[in-house]
Design a protein around this ligand. Structure first.
Ligand code: GDP
Ligand code: K
Ligand code: MG
Length: 271
């Protein structure tokens, strides 16, 4: 059996364009089980690698059926790799999903799309810097230049999660809370092949899917999570979801400035 890669990205990042480029005419369209959301699959041309097109999403917060489908597919079906289509011309927002994929501790390859737009706007985009920060294979591409996309079949086969310092951008209190829950998750054997640190963060965040699952079998984990989350939320007067989002964005704002030097152009032209 060949490998299976999941294709993810924000709406409008060029996911469908890349999917068509990768798979040519080998596509199969169905529905995700139980819902009427379209599920597209295909085979990467001249390989036995399957690509599953996940719904376009901005984050992994499980606030929509699309986000739930994507999160559950990645955390439970264990694809061999994630191909994350990132719009280079809307970098900071697109990276908000990328860091959350990296937080899941799964192998990620980034297709940096819309590089023609970046060039057209006169932005100076440092691809090497991007690679250095996120420690993932990066394939830059754009309209009129799709040759690079073929490289996916070689590079995603790395099969290893990035050594990117996931969670390092959260403050110490939050990291400690995550560690504490992570310890209980491991002790209780509640991971079912998912990353325990990621699960701990999701529990603190109040993720309904994971909490509902653990309520049945590992009630004490949810209890401990609620208690820790409450303490942090009361101190800051904000929800954990909000705190995590703010701290991710503070980090992404900083690194986006390192990757794109003359970023004003991006901000001015963003709609
Ligand atoms: P999806 O929503 O992520 O599936 O994105 P699509 O593949 O539908 O692309 C959204 C729009 O961007 C379409 O009009 C595409 O033709 C266009 N597009 C896709 N890739 C590129 C690219 O690299 N450069 C430019 N300029 N436009 C692109
Ligand atoms: K568009
Ligand atoms: Mg699409």
């Amino acid at each position: 059996m060949g490998k299976t890669y999941a294709l993810t990205g924000n709406p409008n990042s060029g996911k469908t364009t890349i999917f068509n480029e990768l798979t040519g005419s080998t596509q199969y369209v169905g529905n995700w089980s139980g819902v009427t959301v379209e599920k597209k699959e295909g085979i990467i041309k001249n390989t036995d690698i399957k690509v599953v097109d996940l719904p376009g999403i901005y984050s992994m917060s499980s606030t929509s059926i699309d986000e739930i489908i994507a999160m559950e597919y990645i955390s439970e079906e264990h694809p061999d790799g994630i191909i994350n289509v990132v719009s280079a011309s809307n970098l900071e927002r697109n990276l908000y999903l990328t860091v959350q994929l990296l937080e899941m501790n799964v192998p990620v390859t980034v297709i940096l799309n819309m590089m023609d737009e970046v060039k057209r706007r006169g932005m100076n985009f440092d691809v090497a810097k991007f690679q250095e920060i996120f420690k993932v294979p990066v394939i830059p591409t754009g309209a009129h230049d799709r040759k690079n996309v073929e490289k996916v079949k070689d590079v995603v086969i790395l099969d290893e999660a990035s050594t990117f310092a996931r969670f390092s951008y959260f403050n110490e209190e939050i990291r400690k809370a995550i560690e504490e829950i992570q310890k209980i998750i491991v002790e209780e054997g509640a991971t079912h092949d998912r990353d325990p640190r990621w699960m701990a963060m999701k529990i603190l965040e109040g993720n309904n899917n994971i909490k509902t699952e653990l309520e049945k079998t590992h009630k004490s984990i949810v209890g401990a999570g609620n208690q820790l989350a409450k303490a942090v939320e009361e101190k800051y007067g904000k929800s954990l979801i909000q705190l995590l989002a703010e701290q991710r964005y503070a980090f992404l704002n900083k690194v986006t400035r390192q990757i794109i030097q003359n970023q004003e152009t991006e901000i001015n032209k963003e709609t």
